[in-house]
Ligand binder design. Structure first.
Ligand code: SF4
Length: 436
């Protein structure tokens, strides 16, 4: 077992206490079936990705363009955001800024009240999980329906999405079937197509009633004020076509300087995430639609910072080059052991999650994640925009070692030095704590 668990209170050596800390942080090795599913998913995704890149004639040039596109934006983020805001306003989009998740939720609720609506559909996007939109909607009596089958399944199974591209990729066919049998009393079946259409059916019905949509934006082009959504089942196109009011949420760093850069980012995202040159659907939105055509009559844009400025301030800005393709997850030996549940409910899982969560989340939850690394270096090799994840994780650990008393670390290593030669002392403890 290679994951780097680190206990913040190693002086307390009681196994019960350790168990409690592990339980609290959900940093447990997942059960054998889930590990098997994660392993299959990872190896399939990696093979498909490698094959797709090998078939791309201008692969190196494309990666260089994508890296340059990310560098251009991050070199002057405030300037690009100001220009995006101006371009969006010019096209009739109402623009808001949210410093925190609470601000973003407050703006969403306020906008919905102004529109006099109490229900909405949402797309699949990690930013919506980051701000805990589902919880905020419930607290404000807003009925929010996720339109992505994976998100819908996550709600039914009461699980957190574990991967940016396959939110429920860690669930086996058997557990999906068991969840649907329990929740919807469907007859026993293990046919993936049948299960998928069972989950999709109520979502299609909900789509026909779409009036308001809350959507995370994948990328925006600053110069033209264009917002892009990528997917393979068309749910973003359906939402933007049918909903009359759209509330867009955009992480401040997910922008491209112009359509040319946007094009490069879309291509590398698609190759790395799905192993195809382009997604089946690229939906673009620029301005509210006139009365006689399909499309939203009003568009609100919320630019969400939520500690990203702090990530830059603290010297970890390179993490914001990430385009959330999810490739580093599928090559990470630690992720394959602990799945998405090991990242303290953050939607940012895998190696990139470990690199941003120490600042994005509360320190108690985020800081231990800097140790979820086996130093394999596979993550950086798989990254199409060259995020230096191993360096970022080392920098976090150095920072934490400086900010926490050394005595703790010494006691921690002494403890493990004593335990490691005697697996019989800790293997039963680990087994006991594995999820059944
Ligand atoms: S760090 Fe790189 S590989 Fe990992 S999700 Fe982000 S862009 Fe993809």
């Amino acid at each position: 077992m290679c994951c780097g668990f680190r206990l913040r209170h190693p002086g307390v050596v009681k196994l019960d206490k350790i168990s409690e800390v592990l339980e609290d942080r959900r940093m447990m090795i997942v059960d054998q079936r889930t590990r098997h599913t994660l392993h299959r998913l990872s190896s399939l995704a990696s093979t498909v990705r490698r094959t797709a890149w090998a078939r791309t004639p201008n692969a190196d040039e494309l990666k260089r363009q994508a890296i340059a596109a990310r560098d251009r934006v991050l070199a002057d983020l405030p300037g690009h955001l100001a220009r995006l805001e101006a371009a969006a306003r010019k096209h009739g989009v109402a623009v808001h800024r949210a410093d925190s998740a609470q601000d973003a939720n407050r703006l969403i609720v306020q906008t919905m009240r102004e529109l006099s609506v109490t229900d909405a559909l949402r797309n699949h996007h990690p930013l919506l999980h980051e701000i805990q939109l589902d919880r905020a909607a419930k607290a404000n009596a807003i009925q929010l329906t996720p339109l992505h089958p994976g998100d819908h399944l996550a709600q039914l199974a009461n699980e957190q999405p574990g991967h940016p591209i396959w939110p429920m990729g860690q669930l086996s066919v058997e557990s999906v079937s068991a969840t649907l049998q329990k929740k919807w009393r469907i007859p026993e079946t293990y046919d993936p197509d049948h299960l998928a259409s069972t989950v999709r059916m109520p979502l299609r019905r909900a789509l026909l009633r779409a009036y308001t949509a809350i959507m995370g934006v994948d990328f925006a082009s600053v110069e033209e004020g264009v917002f892009a959504f990528l997917d393979n089942d068309g749910h973003n196109a359906s939402l933007t076509g049918l909903a009359r009011h759209v509330i867009l949420l955009l992480s401040i760093e997910q922008i491209a300087a112009n359509l040319e850069d946007l094009d490069a980012l879309i291509q590398v995202f698609s190759l790395n995430a799905w192993g195809r040159p382009l997604p089946a659907y690229v939906t673009q939105l620029q301005s509210p639609a006139p009365m006689d055509v399909d499309g939203p009559r009003t568009i609100h844009l919320i630019l969400v910072d939520n500690r990203r400025s702090k990530i830059i301030e603290e010297g970890f800005g390179a993490a914001l080059r990430c385009i959330q393709c999810g490739a580093c997850h599928t090559v990470c030996p630690v992720y394959q052991q602990i799945g998405g549940g090991g990242y303290a409910h953050s939607p940012y899982t895998g190696p990139i999650g470990a690199a941003i969560n120490p600042i994005l989340l509360h320190p108690e939850l985020g800081e231990p994640q800097a140790y979820l690394c086996a130093n394999s270096g596979h993550c950086q090799a798989a990254c199409p925009v060259d995020v230096p994840i191993p360096d970022l994780l080392h920098a976090h650990r150095r920072r934490l070692a400086q900010s926490h008393p050394q005595g703790d670390d010494k006691r921690y290593f002494t403890l493990w030095r004593r335990f490691l030669p005697h697996p019989r002392l800790f293997v039963p403890f680990i087994r006991r704590n594995r999820k059944k």
